[in-house]
Write a protein that binds this ligand. Structure first.
Ligand code: PMP
Length: 304
């Protein structure tokens, strides 16, 4: 990823891609505290636009607030910088990665004395769980690793160290031949995917796990709004892994994963074993929205 042409916004300016580096004694590299976002820009019918830029930027600042990480830039500056990075790299569609981290000014667990640095990169990134998965659905395995308890790390923050847990789960699932992991919370109830929120459909009603130890996904909020617009009831409740086994349909949502149908969990076919009709409708409306084809939702798109 580091050896390519382009520009990365780093601490207030665009720097050539290969020069956007940091020291090996970077505090966040050692202790795992860096807050970040995953954002997408789409090639819409009205030109390139960033989806839910404000929501992602707000979450970045909330993550920093939770960890008491001082942010050296205001939201407006970082929103402009995200647009600038897409333009500077001449991208029609992109995955955007803003990250705020503590630098190499000091060592030791306490970040006191370390400075917050901010970088924003953008690059093309297609379907996170594969084009085929988008159409046919993916195979998922319940992880033997539990999602963080709400008082271990902070579930409302999107921060680097939490992804060690996602990596354990994803490695385990993919090494067993599955596409992605589903994590349960410490009480054994469904939490979320390694990088996605989950929805299931049963008897025409859409269910999602109560958001406790899961990240509050921005795509999740989008899907709830769109599903309700389509006339579906969306219910949050504690879900078990076998609720998913006997669901009619299931799908993951996330900025990277977008809307990815699930066709199997732990060797059990979910529903008919392919993308279900309600998932198809929601997925199709989601792509219409992000591609700028739904004027009523144009306010979710910020032109770059
Ligand atoms: N859960 C986890 C663990 C994630 O990493 C992500 C991706 N950011 C999500 C859920 C979905 O969040 P969003 O829709 O905001 O991308």
């Amino acid at each position: 990823m580091s050896d390519r042409d382009g520009f990365i916004w780093q601490d207030g300016q665009l720097v050539p891609w290969r020069e956007a580096t940091t020291h090996v004694l970077t505090h966040s590299l050692h202790y795992g505290l860096a807050v970040f976002e995953g954002v997408r820009a789409y090639k819409t019918v009205n030109g390139t636009a960033i989806f839910k830029l404000k929501e992602h930027t707000d979450r970045l600042f909330n993550s920093a607030h939770i960890y008491r990480m001082p942010m050296p830039w205001d939201k407006q500056t970082l929103m402009e910088a995200q647009k600038e990075v897409v333009r500077a790299n001449k991208l029609e569609s992109a995955y955007i990665r803003p990250i705020a981290f503590y630098g190499s000014e000091k060592m030791g667990v306490s970040p006191k004395g370390a400075k917050t640095h901010v970088a924003i990169a953008a690059w093309p990134w297609g379907a996170y769980l594969g084009e085929e998965g988008m159409e046919k659905g993916i195979r998922v395995k319940t992880s033997s690793f539990a999602r963080h308890h709400v008082n271990v790390t902070m579930a409302r923050a999107k921060f680097a160290a939490t992804y060690a847990n996602s990596i354990l789960a994803n490695m385990e699932a993919t090494e067993h031949g599955y596409d992605e992991a589903l994590l349960l919370d410490v009480d054994g109830f469904v939490a979320e995917g390694a990088g996605e929120n989950l929805f299931i459909v049963k008897d025409g009603v859409i269910y999602e796990p109560e958001i406790a130890s899961a990240l509050i996904g921005i795509t999740r909020a989008t899907i709830i709004a769109l599903a309700e617009e389509l006339g579906y009831k969306v219910v949050s409740k504690r879900l078990t892994r076998d609720d998913v086994y006997i669901a009619d349909e299931a799908f993951f949502t996330g900025t990277a994963a977008e809307v990815t149908p699930i066709r199997e969990l732990d060797g059990r076919t979910v529903g008919e074993g392919h993308r279900g009709p309600i998932t198809t409708k929601i997925q199709s409306l989601f792509f219409d929205v992000v591609n700028g084809k739904v004027p009523a939702r144009a306010n979710w798109l910020t032109p770059v």
